[in-house]
Design a protein around this ligand. Structure first.
Ligand code: DLL
Length: 443
């Protein structure tokens, strides 16, 4: 495992990742003007909204006044599904990706060859930041398909010149076999699958001692989960963030030297953080991330409201990477629970649970709204070791009350009770409005 936090890793694209911030801002400004011209020329929703705001060309828009322009929301994408926000002729599209998304409504994103090239570049940077080189072997266990995880890492690994092992998700036995036989140094998958894989390797008495770093994302995870993954797999666990609407993974990624935050590829994806009224929040204050795809052509988005909440910050002082950084995601605007007047993000619950070494990373948070007047948070955990279950439940309840300011109903269930996710994103949160309990033993 790479343990030294003071490590510095070479930049894959020094001209982009390492330039002085004021030079980068000039590039962003120029790209913003070009983007606005592209959107106006394409017509449709974004062009109409720009025209309504009095914008007649790229020259009318500056980064300083960007906050005055209208935002695009997920609802806009749904209402124009499947191809309504495409900004190029159909023959220029080389692939589509997307996600099933919240509420099961799909989002479909068209990519031009130029977009795939940008994606490959930002993903190559992300892998490079984790210490990957041309000599690296990348075991890629993100799902291949419409989901952007598998192919995003794939494009980036190839661009970097590394060897990609395109495992996709699931078939854990075969994954373990490849980890042992091919000896990759980089692992890419969801954090929950990293745990699953690590536990399966431990159960099979196999050590993946070639692994040095992993890029884990696509679902929320905390620093407490990071400790568990690093312990299980003996690697440095880094966070990678992205969303299909913007490009997929690679919008932002931690590097070995980014001090626990994620470098935003802001030369391609300009980021703002705003409050619930859409007003900017200062660095260090949690806000909803709003992205502008400065260079994309297939489905460029001006000021896309991501629903993801994080804190923004400048680069690490004196570090070679001069990109702005974002924190790990704190949550989503739509998954914030308001229970008896208290705002809670599920990640805060995870942080409390996994800070306790007796608790395994398999848990489920249930928002119990069967009685609308008396909503309750129920938390199912599994012990990682043999424990006094009643005592553990009591102590977790006290720790959750201390951190969140509300009482939760904690249930310690037998190992294996909480469903595992081998393919796709983990489901660690459920809403219970009536009928059968989402998990046996949670009531
Ligand atoms: O999840 C892209 C991705 C693939 C990112 C692989 C990282 C690794 P979507 O399926 O469109 O795209 O889902 C996007 O997932 O808006 C976040 O809410 C959530 N998400 C993505 N990365 C993280 C992360 C991919 N590192 C949505 N931490 C986003 C927490 C994440 N949530």
């Amino acid at each position: 495992m790479i343990a030294d936090d003071a490590v510095s890793v070479p930049l894959v694209e020094p001209d982009a990742e390492g330039v002085a911030p004021d030079l980068r801002r000039q590039v962003q400004q120029q790209r913003l003007g070009e983007l606005v011209d592209r959107l106006l020329a394409a017509g449709g929703l974004q062009a109409a909204r720009l025209a309504d705001s009095g914008v007649t060309g790229g020259a009318d828009v500056s980064l300083d006044s960007l906050g005055r322009l209208p935002m695009v929301t997920k609802r806009d994408l749904w209402e124009h599904y499947p191809h309504g926000l495409r900004a190029v002729p159909a023959e220029d599209v080389v692939c589509v990706h997307g996600s099933s998304g919240t509420g099961g409504r799909p989002t479909l994103v068209p990519y031009t060859a130029h977009d795939v090239d940008i994606w490959a570049r930002v993903m190559a940077r992300a892998l490079g930041g984790a210490g990957a080189t041309r000599r690296s072997i990348v075991h890629n266990a993100y799902g291949y398909g419409l989901f952007t995880g598998g192919l995003g890492v794939h494009h980036g690994g190839i661009r970097l010149g590394a060897t990609v092992v395109p495992m996709s998700g699931g078939m854990t036995e075969r994954q373990i076999r490849m980890l042992v036989d091919v000896r990759p140094d980089i692992l890419t998958c969801t954090p929950s699958y990293a745990i699953f894989l690590g536990e399966a390797m431990r159960a099979a008495d196999v050590e993946g001692d070639s692994l040095r770093a992993g890029l884990f994302g696509a679902e929320p995870w905390t620093n407490e989960m990071r400790v568990q993954i690093e312990r299980l797999l003996g690697l440095r666990a880094l966070d990678i963030y992205g969303l299909s609407e913007i490009i997929g993974p690679g919008v932002a990624c931690e590097s070995l030297d980014s001090d626990g935050m994620l470098n935003v590829a802001e030369d391609h994806f300009y980021v703002e953080a705003v409050d619930s009224d859409g007003d900017p929040v200062p660095d260090g204050t949690p806000g909803e991330l709003v992205f502008t795809t400065l260079t994309k052509t297939g489905m460029p988005l001006l000021r896309y409201r991501s629903g993801d909440v994080a804190v923004l910050a400048g680069p690490v002082p004196g570090a070679p990477r001069t990109l702005r950084r974002m924190s790990k995601l704190l949550g989503r605007t739509d998954d914030m629970l308001v229970v008896r007047g208290v705002n809670v993000f599920p990640t805060e619950i995870e942080a409390v649970l996994l800070a306790d070494e007796r608790v395994s990373p398999h848990y489920l948070v249930v928002e119990d709204r069967r009685d609308a007047a008396r909503p309750e948070l129920r938390v199912a955990v599994e012990p990682a070791v043999t424990v006094d279950e009643e005592r553990l439940a009591g102590e977790l309840d006290a720790a959750l009350r201390e951190r969140l300011g509300i009482t939760c109903v904690v249930r310690v269930l037998a190992r294996g009770s909480v469903p595992r996710t081998e393919v796709g994103k983990a489901r660690r949160f459920a809403r219970w409005t009536g009928g059968e309990a989402p998990l046996a033993g949670i009531d």
